[in-house]
Structures are given as C-alpha cells and as structure tokens.
Design a protein around this ligand. Structure first.
Ligand code: SF4
Length: 376
C-alpha cells in the first residue's frame, strides 16, 4: 500500500483557499499593492504575439528556484530588447555553434542572469529547437493540440532529452507546465483551461504552515518533500478551485503572500554559510521583539488573511539550499515572548505514518474532516 505522508485537512484547506481568493479579489491587505509576475514586458515585444509566448517559455528557465524570478524577468526584458536573436527560433534551427553558445553565456552573465548559465543555455537551445522543428516555431500550437492539462503534461514531459521527438521539453515538469499555462492565460495567449496552479516552495509553505496540508506528525523537524507533497497540493487546487479564475487568483495569492510576507516573518529568517550544495549550512536568526520588528510583524503576518490558523515557520532557505521545506518552530508572535529559535538537528525528520488519525495535531478543531490518501 502507498505510504501516506501528507494529507489534506479538507475543512481547513477549503477555508484557506476561499479566504485567500476573497482577499486577493478584493485587494485587501496584504494584497493591496500586489503585482503578479511577470508584470512587465520588453519594450520591443508585441503583446499577444508568438514572440510573447516564446519569451515566456524562456522565462520559465528562471522560475526554478535559487534566483529571484521577478528580477530575472526584468533582466530578461533587457536581454530581449538588446539581443532579439536569442528569442528567434531560427537561431536554433541547426546545431548551435560554440561561438554563439559562448556569446549567450556572456550576454546572460552581463545581465545578471549567470546563475546556472550552462544548463540554462542548453535547455534554451533544446526547447527552441524543438519548437522550431516540430511546432512551426510557435509554442502556442502545443496548446491547440492538447485537450486538457494531462495531455499538455504528456506533450511537455514525455520524450525529454530526445531531440527527434516532438514531445519532451527540458526543465518542464508539472509545476512548469502549470506555470506556463498561468502565464499564457494571464497574457490572453491561450483559451483558459482548468489546471492546478504551479506548486512551488511558496504554495507548500503557506499550505503547510496553516496545516491545510499536513504531514503525519506536525512538529519541528517535519519535512515537506517537494515531489511527495506536490501531488497533494495539486489535489487541493482540483478540489477547491472550481473555475480557472479561482486557480489563477489562488496561485497569485499564495505566491505573493509567501514571497513577500511569510519571508519576512522572523521565524523564517535565516543566515546561510557559503554555498556548498546540499551541505550548505542554514541557521535560524535570533528572534527579537524590538519596536521595529514588532511593526514589521503587524505589517506582514498581522495583515495576513490566514494568520489565525498559521502555526508554523518553514524557512525557504532550507528548500533552496537543501532541497526540502522543514518545520523549524512554532511561528513566533510578539505577545508570545519567543526570543530564540533552536535549529532542530537535521536527523529529526517526519517519522512516517501513524495509523490513528486522532493523534494528528489540531484534529480536535476539525472534527468533520475526511482525510484521504493522496500520495502515491
Ligand atoms: S501568518 Fe505570516 S507566515 Fe503565516 S501565512 Fe500569513 S504571512 Fe505567512
């Protein structure tokens, strides 16, 4: 039988989804100044054109974490305006010469897009080659062919690495297929299609900290492993977002909330040692309730529509450096006199399934929930 690691607390999940969608639509704080990414386009790009779809496809390569995606899109605007040949599928029609490849590296580095530049250019070349060769230079044709999200995933994901197949694009799994759809629907480049939002660190953090999606034990050290929890979160979208607008608004709210507000919650603040891949040290910052920190609290968590049920801190630094989100501690609040956070040893992890549901944290508040096994 499949091992159960994460489940939806249905009553809470529905409440979190509806609360965030409602606050987003009414532009209530903290969403009163929110601007979804990517809000800006290159000056020379014609909105609604095939080039627009290609530009967004390339932009996906910068949505894979460890780089500020909003900044990356701004920088990519400049690259597009100054070097349009890099977004022309004809550039990639044949084998890319070493000279052109190195020139791309150089341009990206000059524009602050040097992170992972070798892999990025390799994926860029591979994907635009495939668009040129099999899809008449127009990635929107892929969306014309697919009946639904499952079909889209098949086209983007199966056959990856084989340049002679029309399907299979590099760097695109479910999260990126959803992200591309999200961009294209927002840009009115494709007809709206039901899909789960792009499940990323931000989605996981909010749904974990509010216990809308629970691990079997909820305590410091519990991990939310990306590939195990993502299908469960896609199920939250499927169950509680009933229209495409629900999906887009919920995705926007989660993204913006976690990126700009959860990240400023003191419990999520970290210092990291020099980058050493998975061995990079991540240390919790000391909690202090000075006047200015208390003010920050009131303008972040204090404005959050789901603050009343948000109980945990899950720093994104763990995900970006070590590849998983982890509960660090109870979320600090100014009136709780919480001064320090002890970083839990990495050996303390989710301990696997417990058969008795009533042992789960918070169950007494949600007597009517119907837990389901979703993880495969
Ligand atoms: S209360 Fe704070 S940490 Fe929790 S979801 Fe809201 S903004 Fe994020």
């Amino acid at each position: 039988m499949a091992r159960v690691r994460y489940v939806i607390d249905h009553e809470r999940a529905e409440w979190v989804v509806r609360s965030l969608i409602d606050a987003w639509r009414r532009k209530l704080p903290p969403f009163d100044h929110a601007e979804p990414v990517p809000g800006r386009l290159p000056k020379t790009l014609e909105p609604g054109s095939v080039q627009h779809a290609i530009w967004l496809m390339v932009g996906l390569l910068y949505m894979r974490g460890r780089i500020d995606s909003a900044q990356a899109f701004l920088r990519l605007c400049k690259v597009f305006d100054e070097h349009p040949w890099m977004f022309d599928v004809q550039t990639f029609a044949g084998t890319l010469s070493e000279e052109v490849r190195l020139r791309m590296h150089e341009i990206l580095k000059e524009n602050g897009l040097g992170f992972n530049v070798r892999e990025t250019v390799r994926f860029w070349d591979f994907n635009l080659k495939k668009v040129n060769r099999f899809w008449e230079g127009n990635p929107l044709r892929i969306f014309g062919e697919a009946k639904d999200y499952a079909e889209l995933c098949r086209i983007f994901m199966i056959g990856k690495g084989d340049p002679d197949l029309s399907t299979g694009f590099m760097g695109l799994r479910e999260k990126m297929v959803s992200m591309y759809l999200y961009f294209l629907i927002n840009a009115k480049l494709v007809e709206p299609m039901m899909h789960p939002g792009p499940v990323d660190t931000h989605n996981i953090r909010v749904l974990a900290s509010t216990e809308a999606v629970k691990a079997v034990t909820m305590e410091p050290g519990t991990r939310y492993e990306f590939y195990q929890v993502s299908p469960v979160i896609r199920e939250v979208y499927r169950l509680y977002c009933t229209t495409v607008d629900d999906v887009l608004d919920f995705a926007n709210a989660l993204w913006y909330l976690s990126r700009d507000f959860c990240s400023r919650s003191q419990g999520n603040a970290s210092t990291t040692g020099g980058y050493r891949g998975r061995a990079t040290e991540v240390t919790a910052k000391r909690i202090s309730w000075t006047e200015s920190k208390t003010e920050i609290y009131h303008s972040t968590c204090g404005l959050c529509p789901v603050e009343s049920v948000c109980g945990w801190s899950l720093p994104s630094a763990r995900q970006y450096n070590q590849g998983f989100l982890e509960i660090r501690s109870a979320r600090p609040k100014p009136h709780a006199h919480q001064e320090t956070l002890l970083e839990v040893p990495r050996a303390i992890v989710s301990r696997g399934p417990k058969p008795v549901a009533s042992r789960w944290a918070g169950i007494e508040e949600f007597k009517h929930m119907h837990q389901e096994t979703l993880d495969k």
